[in-house]
Design a binder for this molecule. Structure first.
Ligand code: GLA
Length: 491
């Protein structure tokens, strides 16, 4: 158990010394709420976005990751009232108000992708949590909701998890329930999958369990977080490539395809290690393969897994026919409960097959990098030596995302290259990739010069062409420190 979600009485509890800057935002939210619903909100719930420092695309394979919460967050104002769920946004032009029935069993309308679908995921998840963990489930009732989010959308900084976690806390708080952080993280992660992305649990876990001043090693099954103190001279700069990564819409060709490829890799490795096709088919993640490798090769650990990958998985993409012959069943039968994965199989039939060896190699190598990153932070080397090691690890992660996991894109490549030219010790994509943000490691004292230089080399032409605006630059390129996790605010 990670402890109860904090209920705070003042902004400083969440935002520390920066609280003063947040007052006007809460006022704006409060006044939008009272204008729309002619009443004051009962409380607020907030949840931050995140930047992942190391451990990309391995959370859904059961492996630990190492993100930090950022100061950009989503705030939800809530009050019980009426007999419907009315979901509004302070930016009502971009995000239209939507109204739903209060039945928590209703389906999320995946065919019509809308921002409010994320609220519906959270609403369903809140009731699922209550049913699983609480003795008394409250009667559903009408809720009035006003949202104010500043985590850039499609930017790889987990705007969707920030919205799902804050909404889930708002629903629970409106019903007078305080839940455990790790329970909310777990149910929010499951609930977000209702939009059709088979994502892991990193984003929701760090949003719930982030902490001012420290990054976190997040581990799964059960979800838990431990502190990672970053070297004092390390500054992480987030830069948006301006290529929008629409995770949900592109899922069958990108994110969900990778999840399917990893599971198929785990199944094919298990089969090659001597299990029956039937036993192999029950394997879910690459982490599940670790004990089987240890048993078969006589040596435990990730290096043995990598040895097994090289020995048992071939480099050429696997075809449907090849996999079905080996497993003795149609691939669809592995995914009967997951329409999102069935869609992947359908789309992949016309695509180039499944690259199992490359994806598995990335996952095991990336987990080694997570463990090494943490060991460097925990170790006793000088701060400068620590920076050099972290930079090497982060660059290797990016290289692997490009070459083995194929989740980069031309804009991310240009941005990471220019970031290194501008003085970053390392620069890598963060989050799912295929657009969105990069995270670069800088030595303290080099940041201003870096920001100016990257602005000139990457952003100036994009400002001139109207791709982004001068006044948006603070949201597009900024240094970030570990910030607080989610909370309910009674202010
Ligand atoms: C997205 C998902 C996470 C994780 C990352 C990639 O952010 O939501 O669960 O898989 O991509 O590391």
């Amino acid at each position: 158990m990670a402890g109860l979600v904090p209920v705070q009485k003042q902004l400083a509890d969440s935002y520390g010394p920066a609280a003063g800057e947040l007052e006007s935002r809460y006022e704006q939210l409060r006044s939008a709420f009272s204008k729309t619903f002619h009443a004051e909100p009962e409380c607020f719930a907030r949840a931050p976005g995140r930047v992942n420092l190391i451990g990309e695309h391995i959370d859904y394979e059961g492996y630990g990751v190492l993100p930090m919460a950022i100061k950009q967050d989503t705030i939800v104002a809530v009050k019980k009232g009426g007999d419907k769920l009315v979901i509004s946004n302070v930016d009502g032009n971009a995000y239209k108000t939507q109204t739903f029935e209060t039945d928590p069993k209703q389906e999320v309308d995946v065919a019509n992708h809308s921002w409010a679908n994320y609220f519906m995921c959270a609403y369903k998840g809140a009731f699922e949590l209550l049913e699983a963990k609480h003795s008394k489930v409250p009667e559903p009732c009408g809720l009035q909701i006003m949202v104010h989010g500043v985590v850039p959308l499609g930017g790889g900084l987990s705007s969707s998890a920030a919205l799902v976690c804050s909404s889930m806390l708002a629903v629970l708080a409106a019903h007078g329930i305080t839940a455990d952080k790790s329970e909310v993280a777990e149910f929010a992660a499951k609930a977000e999958r209702y939009v059709g992305v088979t994502s892991g649990g990193m984003d929701q876990a760090i949003s719930m369990m982030g902490m001012l001043g420290v990054a976190k090693l997040i581990e799964f099954n059960p979800v838990r977080a431990s502190d990672v103190v970053l070297p004092p001279n390390a500054v992480f700069v987030v830069a948006n490539s301006l290529a929008v990564s629409n995770k949900a819409e592109a899922a069958p060709r990108r994110y969900n395809l990778r999840v399917v490829e990893c599971r198929l890799a785990a199944i094919m490795m298990t089969l090659a290690l001597g299990a029956t096709p039937e036993a192999s088919r029950s394997v879910q993640t690459l982490k599940d393969v670790e004990p089987k490798v240890a048993e078969s090769l006589g040596s435990p650990g990730l290096d043995a897994c990598l040895e097994a990958v090289h020995k048992h998985l071939h480099e050429a993409p696997y075809t449907h026919d090849e996999l079905e012959t080996a497993l003795g069943v149609p691939l669809d039968s592995l995914y009967t409960g997951s329409p999102a994965s069935l869609k992947v199989l359908q789309v992949a039939r016309e695509g180039g097959g499944f690259k199992l060896r490359q994806r598995a190699e990335h996952v095991f190598e990336e987990e080694k990098r997570v463990l090494e990153f943490k060991a460097v932070c925990d170790g006793s080397a000088s701060a400068d030596d620590k920076l050099a090691s972290l930079a090497r690890i982060m660059n290797a992660s990016h290289e692997s995302c490009v070459r083995l996991y194929e989740c980069s894109c031309p804009e991310l490549e240009e941005l990471t290259t220019k970031a290194k030219e501008a003085g970053a010790l390392s620069s890598r994509l963060t989050g799912a990739g295929w657009g969105g943000c990069t995270v670069s490691l800088l030595a303290e004292g080099r940041v201003d010069e870096f920001l100016q230089s990257l602005r000139n080399s990457f952003y100036q032409s994009r400002i001139s062409s109207g791709h982004t605006k001068e006044e948006d630059m603070p949201k597009v390129l900024f240094a970030s420190k570990p910030s607080s996790g989610a909370a309910v605010l009674q202010i």
